[in-house]
Design a protein around this ligand. Sequence first.
Ligand code: N01
Length: 514
Amino acid sequence: MLHRLRELGFTTRMFEAADGVGGAWYWNRYPGARCDSESHYYCYSFSDEVRKEWKWSCRYPAQPEILGYLNFVADRLDLKKDIDFGTRVTAGTFDEDTHDWVVETNGGETVRARFLITAVGNTSAPSKPAIQGLDDFAGKIYYTASWPHEKIDFSGQRVGLIGTGSSGIQCTPHLAAEADRLTVFQRTANYSVPARNHLLTDAMRLEQEEKHQDLRRKTLASPIGMPFDLPQLSALEVSAEDRKRRYDELWAGGGFRFMFTSFNDLTVDLKANDTIAEYIGAKIRDTVRDPATAEVLCDFNHPAGTKRPPIDTDYYETFNRDNVNVVSIRTNPIREIMADGIILQDNERYELDTIVFATGFDAVTGSILNMNLRGKGGEALRDKWDRGPRAYLGLSPAGFPNMFMVTGPGSPSILANFPVCIEQHVDWIAECMVHMRENGIDEIEALPEPEDAWAKMIAEEANKTLLPLANSWYMGANIPGKPRVFLAYPSGVHAYTVICDDVAKRGYEGFALR
Ligand code: N01
């Protein structure tokens, strides 16, 4: 966004809470942090030079490599000089008289700007559960979402890991390899799929480059922003043998293709979904030698793929180690944290030296609301969104003129490949700002009716799928008291892009331009 606005001749101020670029890849430095999307499409596409100058080492790069890439891009485009690092926005208020935003920072600065663009990520506000006794714990506590920069030595430690989402699943094998003992506290059994990571050879990179245009076309035509061939068949219209053959083939290939390209009805039909859930369950039981442990790991309570699918390397295999065990806290939750460990509802005690929280985020809305934004009439965004986020096209909330959100709530980003969604928003916002500049327009504001219609459409479309059945962060269900609202446009990034382009072509239909 900064690069595009600078190119277009806008004056910018950019604030970043961290001391460096990278966002999620800056903060999430836990052992095993690795991308779940493949490197050749989990990257920027806006510059052929930038793309060609960077060489990915493997199919799924680890966090340091992605952070290195983001630093490379920022340096290559000379962006850092225009970023105020270590600076948090503490408030933003729309001034109706001047059509400007007045932004305050934790450094005590007050800045006026015609436009306020949030690019604060979807998994940026860590969720730190308020478990009774947490402050009394005498050992060390770490959060995957804000991991220390220095290497942590877990050797000789009894480590407790809370959380079995993507982060917990990625760090489990690494903690197990170092710790004396690892106890994984699982509230919800997840459906993890092997990544099958591998190094990229020069020949592989060359092939990716040769196919780049084709892959890009596929990426942009796809609902998830990934260059996959979409499934045409229902899981229920093929024989059991053919179904198994298809699952076997995609399981062997690894990654998101298993969930997204096997059959076309897995997230809309419970019976179809049962077939993939049973397949994953069988794989877990084949992998995990202790049947009781396997049963805990297969204790599913939601359809497969209705929480963000985790991708792993040796997750289930890790439970065959002598120093690792899983404890179900689904019906026997953590009662308290004591000085020396964790005690469950039934008084079962686990003595620990270290607790790692992989407990996720106040996703999508948390980082936006934490900025204390106020729109027309001094309305707080927090109040406007008290029954769930509302924003026309997931881009701009009514009553908050000249404000745009990159990958905000009500856009497809959390269900798709982020770089694709980011670039689409950046292009749309930049073009809108140029349109305003060229036409002497001071203010753009989403109208309440199209915003309501957008929220209604999201709920209706989401309810046609199985996604609302899970207590997921997609639904806001992981945060106590957060409204249960589906947080994304559910019909895919391609359909979404068509709608956004159409709105722009029609002179920003649904917005008031003043
Ligand atoms: O967080 P999560 P995450 N007591 O919310 C449990 C992205 N990501 O950091 O399911 C006990 O998924 C919670 O249990 P439950 C990706 O989009 C990407 O793992 O709510 N347990 C769950 O098991 C991902 O989806 C990569 O019942 C508690 C876990 O903690 C998103 O970030 C890598 C609890 C939280 O799982 C978030 O993933 C990693 C409590 N009080 C993450 N509170 C890539 O590779 C929560 N839990 C790109």
